[in-house]
Design a protein around this ligand. Structure first.
Ligand code: ADP
Ligand code: MG
Length: 370
């Protein structure tokens, strides 16, 4: 997969901006505030239906403007397609693939995959369990329709069960009415856990391969174990927590409470990891994501690297560049990469030839017109 062109209008600080990309390496450079991250955000929005920086759609529309447009041309193996987003002041959005309207994001997600590495994503290693669940849910949903559908069904039933808990707490319903929800919920929970465990195991293999490509210094271990794969065991667990569930109006057990543990050299990364360890962990997770999606879908995602090389030591950044090259050789493919940076020197130090013939370098100015 590759993005060929992107057009943005009334999107953050972009007005009628048009950028052409090449299939290999693309470098967007310019001062802070020149709109580099916004370009990556626009691409991500056409890929996933939302930004990686905010869930508030309204923020994307240029202040004072009426209608935002993003239009991207993507190429797959043999085909090309245009994805368009129009969004008005109220935040109402309309996606189109070609001239066909997209009604559910599941028809968008996974078609033109991208993997983004940005400072915002650091929450995956530093944040609450929900941040890690979101990372895995997003990745697994983008490669597996059954996973995406089970996840949606599970959350729908969870919501209904929680509503029933509140009704019972307020004495508007009898406790017996929970039975039907417990039955449905446990069915979807087991189905989700099975799929999650299976996809996780496959992903973890890719991560191990990425680690092998690095040196022995990177001692990362990722762990996940579904609490149970037996429906009756989960039903029993639900029964045990019913009283608490009714008091809190929330379901206290299930896949929505899962966590994925990151261990760095026997230590819990989240509690004890240094800044550098967090940063490299995110990079390793994201490279594994890229290789995992590529292996599973036979489509190589576009890699979006936002300000990545700025604060990374050159030893590690050189390794990243080498690992990407190794992957390209092994699979005889190009990983389309879009890098943003304030200066070209830090890229040169990482072993990136910014002057190479097939590298596209674009300078963005504050007034912004590429
Ligand atoms: N909704 C908006 N309306 C107008 N300007 C915006 C909006 N959102 C962001 N901006 C501005 O757009 C600029 C682009 O920021 P960004 O893409 O993060 O630049 P860079 O990554 O090059 O530092 C910033 O100066 C920001 O203040
Ligand atoms: Mg930026």
């Amino acid at each position: 997969m590759a993005i060929i062109t992107i057009e943005m209008d009334s999107f953050r600080n972009h007005f009628k901006t048009q950028i052409k990309f090449n299939p290999g390496l693309n470098i967007l450079w310019g001062q802070n505030g020149s709109g580099k991250t916004s370009v990556l955000e626009a691409i991500h929005t056409l890929s996933f239906g939302k930004s990686f920086k905010t869930s508030k759609h309204q923020e994307l529309l240029t202040i004072g403007d009426e209608l935002l447009t993003i239009k991207g041309n993507f190429s797959q193996k043999e085909t090309k397609e245009t994805v368009t987003l129009h969004q008005n002041k109220k935040g109402e959005r309309r996606f189109r693939v070609g001239d066909k309207r997209v009604f559910g994001l599941k028809d968008l997600i996974g078609k033109n995959p991208v993997v983004v590495l940005s400072p915002e994503e650091q929450a995956v290693t530093k944040g609450a369990p929900a941040q890690r669940r979101q990372f895995f849910n997003k990745m697994f949903s983008s490669i597996s329709r059954p996973y995406a559908e089970t996840l949606v069904r599970y959350h729908k039933i969870l919501k209904q069960r929680n509503a029933a808990l509140i009704q019972i707490r307020d004495k508007k319903e009898k406790q017996d009415s929970l039975k039907i929800w417990d039955e449905h919920l446990s069915q979807e929970a087991i189905s989700l856990w099975k799929k999650r465990q299976d996809l996780f195991n496959q992903y973890n293999k890719e991560l191990k391969k990425v680690l092998e490509g690095f040196s022995d210094d990177e001692k990362l271990n990722l762990e996940y174990q579904a609490p149970t794969l037996k429906k009756n065991t989960f039903l029993q667990k639900l029964n045990k927590t019913t009283t608490r569930d009714i008091t809190t109006g929330q379901t206290n057990a299930g896949p929505h409470r899962d966590d994925f543990n990151l261990i760095w050299d026997t230590k819990n990364l989240k509690k004890l990891g240094s800044q550098g360890e967090h940063k490299i962990t995110l990079i390793l997770l994201k490279l594994a994501e890229l290789f995992f999606i590529a292996t599973k879908t036979k489509t190589t995602p576009t890699l979006l690297l936002d300000d990545l090389f700025a604060k990374l030591d050159s030893d590690r950044s050189q390794k990243i560049v080498k690992l990407i090259k190794k992957f390209e050789q092994k699979f005889q493919t190009k990983i389309q990469t879009i890098i943003t940076t304030t200066d070209l020197i830090s890229l040169e130090k990482s072993g990136i030839d910014t002057q190479a013939k097939n590298t596209k370098t674009l300078h963005l100015k504050r007034t912004c017109n590429a």
